[in-house]
Write a protein that binds this ligand. Structure first.
Ligand code: PGA
Length: 249
């Protein structure tokens, strides 16, 4: 079956409100929307509203980079789905490797976030991936199988879930996985979705590649059978380059 593609930007801890407006002005000079590829931008909490203002009329999807698993309560410093919904945002990245690595997010915690998102009918981009030591010791498949099993333990429908395969050793390093390396992992992920959910869910789910994706490698990576687009960090901060990446798909 033919799946629509998705190109997602992860701006991480970058850009303020003026920078966001400036970004979209430059991006729009280059951007020509097409029906084959959807586009999503994940920004920090403080610019989400500005992003929504810029994106609303253009059919761009806007996501948070994180969200708490409880719906409200005594969780100092956290943001809930209700707060995101209040400004029109109904999508978030979950379990990005930087959250796992620097903020101690465990598979169990990520599972709770996925469960709440499903309950509230919110869309998620669930990030999984192995680190360098795990790849070198041939544990890539085992690590990802385990992450997926645990992270999706309480989820029964995948219509609102996108999976991003992001090898940790390729993130922000300029070292991208080759298209063959990425494809075998994507294929394995799709197989696992078929085993744990259904053939239909596996056929429909979008599986993005992330890790030093840029204008040079985006086309080759996304031409693989099971690679349905990308989650792009560094290169997404350059509006002209990111718009060109979009057009190349
Ligand atoms: P990168 O980041 O493109 O800068 O490697 C990807 C990500 O962390 O989502």
């Amino acid at each position: 079956m033919t799946r629509k593609k998705l190109l997602a930007a992860n701006w991480k801890m970058n850009l303020d409100r003026a920078g966001t407006r400036d970004y979209f002005t430059k991006f729009l000079l280059e951007f020509k929307k097409n029906d084959r590829v959807e586009i999503l931008f994940a920004g920090n909490f403080l610019i989400l509203e500005t992003m929504m203002d810029s994106a609303k009329s253009l059919g761009l999807r806007i996501a948070a980079q994180n969200v708490h698993f409880e719906e409200s309560g005594a969780f100092t410093g956290e943001i809930s789905w209700a707060m995101l919904s209040d400004i029109g945002v109904s999508e978030a990245l979950i379990g990005h490797s930087e959250r796992r690595q620097y903020f101690g997010e465990t598979d169990e915690l990520i599972a709770k976030k996925m469960q709440t998102a499903e309950k509230l009918k919110m869309r998620t981009v669930l990030c999984v991936g192995e680190n360098l030591a795990e790849r070198k010791s041939d544990q890539t498949f085992a690590v990802i199988r385990n992450q997926l099993a645990k992270n999706l333990a309480f989820v029964s429908h995948l219509e609102k879930v996108v999976i991003a395969y992001e090898p940790v050793w390729a993130i922000g390093t300029g070292l991208s996985a080759t298209s063959e390396e990425a494809q075998v992992v994507h294929q394995m992920i799709r197989k696992q979705i078929e085993e744990n959910f259904s053939k239909d869910a596996a056929d429909k789910i979008l599986i993005l590649y992330g890790g030093s994706m840029n204008l040079k490698n985006v086309k080759e990576l996304c031409s693989q059978r099971d690679i349905d687009g990308g989650l792009v960090g560094g290169a997404s901060l350059k509006p002209e380059e990111f718009a060109k990446m979009y057009s190349s798909l």
